[in-house]
Write a protein that binds this ligand. Structure first.
Ligand code: 13P
Length: 255
């Protein structure tokens, strides 16, 4: 039996219009209803589908997250969406520092940290993403990269804030490639992350923090990944876009 309740979230990335989300979530909601109370679930649609999603999922066991958040409160920041705007439409989580934002929008650890802090101070739960590239792994730099990202992205969080924060370890080389980290490879990095949290916050806090794995998680590997000691859930891309596949992934994860 796991000490921590599993948390599985779907990151839809730039997929599904608002009307597609509506149809999809009506199905997903009834399909996942039997899992109520057994694990935490969320979907993270694009900004345009968030309001529809919170409306459809209201009162269900599936929460809604955004894929990003502004580090600012309000003002002249064209294209940005604030925590207050997200909370106002019932959003609960915000992914910050996804590798696609780090890569295509040059988001640094310091910037990710400011977004995580803004989410927390506003009442949203940040899902803070970290992960090494293939080049970094092959150069034997995984531990250094993860340590730098954990320290930078989570800098200055209080114990209470750390307890609310979700971390997602997503090796960049496993995202959308079909190349999943082996359960042992993933567990090794998850254990390192928990060790870093223990050093910074003590065991009582570190043992409660949810650390998700992300990168080609599917129905046929979710059980083995989730059975690892320090893997507490998944951040799922491609396999969260289809009701049957996501249902099977979740069902296997809690076996
Ligand atoms: P895939 O599951 O498509 O590999 O994507 C993982 C991911 O980036 C989730 O945030």
């Amino acid at each position: 039996m796991k000490k921590r309740m599993l948390f599985i979230a779907g990151n839809w990335k730039m997929n599904k219009t608002s009307s597609e989300a509506e149809k999809f979530l009506v199905d997903l909601k009834s399909k996942l209803a039997p899992f109520c109370g057994k694990l935490n679930l969320a979907v993270c649609p694009a900004f345009t589908a968030l309001e529809t999603s919170t409306r459809i999922l209201h009162g269900s066991n599936i929460g809604v997250g955004s894929q990003d958040i502004s580090a600012k409160d309000s003002g002249a920041f064209t294209g940005e969406v604030s925590a207050k705007m997200l909370l106002d439409i019932g959003v609960r989580y915000a992914i910050v520092g996804h590798s696609e934002r780090r890569q295509y929008h040059a988001e640094s650890d310091a910037y990710v940290n400011s977004k995580a802090k803004k989410a927390l101070s506003s009442g949203l739960i940040p899902i803070v993403c970290i992960g090494e590239t293939l080049q970094e792994r092959e150069a034997g730099k995984t531990s250094n990269v993860i340590t730098t990202q954990v320290k930078g992205s989570l800098a200055g969080l209080t114990d209470d804030e750390m307890l609310k924060t979700v971390i997602a370890y997503e090796p960049v080389w496993a995202i959308g490639t079909g190349k999943t980290a082996t359960p042992a490879q993933a567990q090794e990095v998850h254990a390192l992350i928990r060790k870093l949290l223990t050093e910074a916050y003590g065991e009582a806090v570190a043992e409660k923090v949810i650390i998700q794995y992300g990168g080609s998680v599917k129905a046929d590997n979710s059980q083995e990944l989730m059975s690892q000691k320090d893997i507490d859930g998944a951040l799922v891309g491609g396999a969260s876009l289809e009701v049957e596949g996501f249902y099977n992934l979740v069902a296997n994860a809690i076996k």
